[in-house]
Design a binder for this molecule. Structure first.
Ligand SMILES: Nc1ncnc2c1ncn2[C@@H]1O[C@H](COP(=O)(O)OP(=O)(O)OP(=O)(O)O)[C@@H](O)[C@H]1O
Ligand SMILES: [Mg+2]
Length: 404
């Protein structure tokens, strides 16, 4: 059998052909390798340079390689955070024509760290919590997509901290299974596996003295199960809203926020029966919203105000025709944010008489309007809209406030 590279895109076979496939992975010469932190695994895994990229190469049986390749491709299609599968290489032969194990090639996930490098020593318990929250988000997203992981653990996850956002990526799909829908039993099994694996992995860190002393492995293992349950419940509850019930969407966003999760993406689908809303949750650090709002809109606000403004922006974006997150043809978030500032934010603030606004800055005014709208809408059991909010807010709140 000839060396065969089955790859996703045409540029990869070319750069991959230069790698020494006739040598067992364990013995690859330094010149091809890149030294980066790697988690523990049963199979031999190495990082190598291929063209302009770093790839992870894993030696594994052919059947498993092809299967994992396919599953990772499926996850990519479902926009679930996982490593990108690049190729499967089969038909390898050594110097004496002896057959060598096939490999699965994935793209090295830039900026990611295995948990052993990440959780070690100085990581504060609150940060570990956020990372586990990110893993709960990943597990919920996988389950919503119909993917039963089968072996959710810290070593099968890669973590990324990027500008205050925490993300978990699936790295090992070997035990996974994709179905149209998972049963409750399948989900519970996965969560139980996660709980036991994570508690065990944290105990390992504890035993080697590299875990913060206040982190209890068993409690943190249980925490992932609890966080998963809360998030699952929140994301799968009834979600068809009659038009003009926008504050129900607000309510759900606020509930997710109260649980400690943010909305990364929202999709609103219109139908005669009402709007169906789906959320993609995410986990962020303190201070994230302020930086994000500043980056997208140039508005400088306090953290909790910034979160509220970003929620409003996100809800508004979901109603725009050219909003297509992840699609290169859709409008970029900066462009939509600019439009929101021009068409929504500024006109709304301007509708509040200048002499009543006084020295209060515009972001604060808009934040107060959002809070006021929420209050009025909850009271009225329907969305009162921004115009009515401005009118009521000006009359009942601002008029009584000393200004100047
Ligand atoms: N694309 C990638 N980017 C970054 N790191 C990677 C990548 N692929 C693999 N790794 C690292 O290699 C480790 C082992 O990979 P993987 O879990 O796929 O191997 P495995 O032998 O199947 O594991 P297991 O023992 O769970 O079966 C991971 O924990 C991760 O640290
Ligand atoms: Mg693994």
């Amino acid at each position: 059998m000839e060396l065969q590279i089955t790859a996703t895109s045409p540029e990869h076979p070319a750069s991959l052909l230069d790698l020494p496939w006739h040598i067992p992975l364990e013995e690859w010469p330094e010149e091809h390798l890149v030294s980066l932190p790697r988690g523990i695994s049963r199979h031999v895994v190495r990082f190598a340079r291929a063209g302009g990229e770093v790839v992870a190469v894993k030696e594994v049986g052919e059947w498993a390689a092809v299967r994992e390749y396919g599953l990772l491709r499926d996850l990519d299609r479902l926009t679930i955070p996982a490593v990108d599968a690049l190729a499967v290489v089969t038909g390898r032969r050594g110097g004496n024509a002896e057959p060598l194990e096939p490999v699965l090639v994935t793209r090295h996930l830039v900026g990611s760290l295995p948990y052993r490098s990440m959780f070690e020593t100085t990581m504060r318990p609150s940060t570990i919590k956020r990372l586990l929250d990110a893993l709960a988000v990943l597990l919920v997203r996988l389950h919503l997509a119909g993917f039963a992981w089968g072996d959710c653990s810290l070593s099968n996850t890669l973590f990324r901290r990027d500008a205050g956002a925490y993300a978990a990526y699936l790295v090992d799909a070997e035990t996974g299974q994709l179905q149209p829908r998972l049963t409750t039993g399948q989900r519970e099994y996965d969560v139980e596996v996660a709980r036991v694996n994570i508690a065990g992995e944290l105990m390992d860190l504890e035993a080697s003295g590299s875990l913060h002393p206040s982190v209890d492995p068993v409690l943190f293992g249980q925490a992932i199960a609890d966080r998963y349950a809360e998030l699952w419940h929140e994301l799968t509850r009834q979600s068809v809203y009659p038009a003009a019930k926008r504050h129900y969407i607000d309510r759900r966003v606020r509930r997710l926020n109260d649980l400690g999760f943010d909305v990364a993406e929202m999709q609103i689908e219109r139908s005669p029966d009402g709007d169906t809303v789906t959320f993609v949750p995410k986990v962020v650090d303190a201070g994230h919203h302020q930086r994000q709002l500043l980056r997208l809109t140039g508005l400088d606000a306090e953290e909790n105000q910034a979160r509220s403004l970003l929620n409003d922006l996100e809800t508004w974006m979901a109603t725009q025709d050219d909003y297509a997150p992840g699609d290169p043809l859709g409008a970029r978030p900066e462009v939509l944010a600019h439009r929101w500032v021009r068409d929504v934010f500024r006109p709304t603030v301007r509708a509040v008489p200048l002499e009543l606004r006084g020295a209060t800055d515009t972001a604060q005014i808009y934040y107060e309007l959002l809070e006021h709208r929420w209050l009025l809408s909850e009271r009225a059991s329907h969305d009162v809209g921004l115009d009515a909010t401005v009118e009521d807010y000006t009359r009942t709140v601002l008029a009584g406030r000393p200004h100047g």
